[in-house]
Design a protein around this ligand. Structure first.
Ligand code: ARG
Length: 570
């Protein structure tokens, strides 16, 4: 409806005022329901151009739209300084309800589109445990994947793990010196991390070690059997470790193209850059890319001939575009890489691999602890993500125990798992993506606050009411029976679900969907406070049950898009 209104307004003013280009205006969903289901600011926008009073313009536009509104079940009101507020009439709201009942969790999903979008996310680095910083890319990325799928795009969900580069020379050298097979077997990732830290520490003041590392990496690049074998072991153990985290998060990334995959394509990138005169000689025979604006240069090849992260990213882009012709490549990576991606995107465009407008760096802020420092152990070390997730489940278990001690142990465990993981995901997804977020267990699990369990609880409560009513909401209802303000407010909110998903997806901002669900839960609470369900007269009871059952459908669908499950009982 939102986009239809926008289109109708645009056509109307273009005709009425003879405007070839209608300046940009908005059709928003107002916070307060008394401002309508949609509010349009066209009159304020045109007031400047037409040098007319916005209220007068609003009246003219409103009059011109009268027939269209009638046909589309809309009523309008004009509000100062010149808003046109649109109200969807009850009959059309009834149709929305019907559609939710019919389509269930598919309500709001769109038909298959031809466009392919690549969403690259998670992309952890091998030989290190996955840390909280990888949490954000993983869950934001997965939500984008879910939303774009829902909207009908052909989505290629993939990760680009870091498994190549000179640091693996250091690791191989360290492994050869001090590697302990026994320790490695017990906790391989921890051992790899220890070896790497020990080696780089010493290498800081020891040139021979640095040289050794370079040599080992060169041997790895040239296919030396022993080095390949060691590196493969690192890879295998790391991927096993990542999978454990993904399993806990209930996430599957279908396509994995690690950095090493692009190794055979790196020469070609260098040749392209040299032939097209885009790369220049830097210090000691290195190759750099310089930019016309004040962006600092990007190193493409080191003086010893080694390639870099950037070289592999360019290879990745060329490969993706040639193979899949995506209309967008969306890469979900932290804020810290902003400069890097602006360099790489510019270079990709200069090389003719991709157009900048088709490349999107979806960035996000850091995870901080309550004192505002980077979320880490007391010694400043990275906290493995598995530890964080385990703690979430443990804390959720206590919440479940308090809420419903009658559940079986098995059920309690299952619910605690869903609530704990859901709480972590929602906490991240409900906040502004670009801000740093402060990790706060109490907020995350607060049943009365802006949290996943709050939304999950309102779902479970609806299911409980329906069960208690002993009738299955038939869906065949007289919409006129829903006339309390709280009923209508709830119903009106359901109308916006598809628009919110689209908005969230296209802006890469899952927090709008999360906020929508919080407001939905709030509206359900207001409804219970004012409206009787179980004790209502039969027909009204059926109508009310149908309404809340539809709200439950939307909660489930919305939470699933955020990668979060709901439970029937908690
Ligand atoms: N492995 C990198 C890291 O953990 C993230 C990779 C992001 N994707 C990319 N195409 N560069 O920092």
């Amino acid at each position: 409806m939102q986009s239809q209104i926008k289109q109708a307004v645009k056509e109307t003013v273009s005709k009425k005022f003879g405007l070839k280009n209608v300046p940009d205006f908005s059709v928003d969903i107002p916070e307060k329901s008394e401002h309508g289901d949609y509010a349009c600011n066209i009159a304020m926008v045109l007031a400047r151009t037409l040098k007319k009073n916005p209220l007068e313009i609003a009246r003219i536009v409103d009059m011109e739209l009268e027939n269209w509104n009638l046909k589309n079940g809309l009523k309008t009101e004009i509000a100062p300084p010149g808003f046109i507020n649109f109200f969807v009439d009850t009959k059309s709201l009834g149709l929305v309800l019907k559609e939710i009942i019919k389509k269930k969790e598919k309500f709001g999903s769109a038909a298959k589109k031809k466009e392919t979008v690549i969403i690259e996310y998670s992309s952890p680095n091998i030989a290190k445990p996955m840390g909280v910083h990888h949490l954000r890319t993983t869950i934001i990325g997965q939500t984008l994947v879910n939303m774009y799928n829902f909207l009908g795009y052909k989505v290629l969900a993939m990760s680009f793990p870091g498994d190549w580069g000179t640091q693996f020379g250091s690791l191989i050298a360290a492994y050869k010196k001090w590697g302990d097979a026994k320790k490695f077997k017990i906790s391989p990732v921890k051992e790899m991390l220890n070896l790497y830290v020990r080696f780089s520490h010493l290498a800081e003041s020891d040139e021979t070690l640095q040289e050794e590392a370079r040599l080992e990496f060169r041997k790895l690049e040239q296919g030396n059997k022993e080095n390949r074998k060691i590196w493969n072991l690192f890879r295998k153990e790391s991927f096993k470790d990542f999978d454990r985290v993904y399993k806990k998060l209930n996430i599957k990334i279908p396509l994995v193209f690690a950095e090493s995959f692009f190794e055979p394509y790196l020469k070609e990138i260098i040749t392209d850059a040299v032939n097209k005169k885009i790369a220049e000689q830097g210090e000691n025979g290195s190759l750099v890319i310089k930019f016309k604006d004040d962006t600092p240069p990007l190193l493409l090849q080191k003086s010893d001939g080694a390639t870099l992260y950037a070289t592999r990213d360019l290879a990745q882009m060329k490969y993706r575009v040639n193979k899949w012709h995506p209309s967008k490549i969306i890469i979900v990576v932290a804020n810290q890489q902003t400069l890097y991606f602006s360099q790489v995107f510019k270079t990709a465009e200069m090389l003719g691999y991709a157009k900048k407008e088709n490349l999107e760096h979806v960035k996000f802020g850091m995870v901080l602890d309550s004192t505002g420092k980077k979320f880490a152990t007391r010694e400043g070390k990275l906290i493995p993500l598995t530890d964080v997730l385990d703690e979430a489940i443990l804390r959720a278990r206590k919440v479940v125990e308090k809420l419903n001690s009658k559940l079986s142990t098995k059920e309690k465990d299952r619910v605690a798992n869903i609530i704990g993981i859901g709480a972590v995901k929602f906490f991240d997804l409900s906040q502004n993506r670009l801000s740093d977020i402060v990790f706060d267990w109490d907020k995350m699990l607060n049943l009365k606050g802006a949290s996943a369990p709050y939304v999950q609880y309102s779902y479970a409560r609806i299911k409980r009411v329906i069960k208690k009513s002993k009738i299955k909401p038939s869906g065949k209802i007289k919409i006129e029976l829903l006339k309390e303000v709280e009923e209508l407010n709830l119903l009106r909110h359901l109308l916006h679900f598809p628009e919110v998903i689209e908005y969230s997806a296209l802006k890469y901002e899952p927090n709008h969907l999360a906020e929508y669900l919080l407001r939905l839960a709030e509206k359900i609470n207001n409804f219970y406070e004012k409206v009787q369900v179980i004790s209502a007269e039969k027909e009204i009871k059926n109508a009310r049950l149908t309404l809340i059952n539809s709200a439950a459908t939307i909660i489930k669908s919305g939470m699933n898009l955020l990668g979060i499950e709901v439970v029937e009982q908690m």
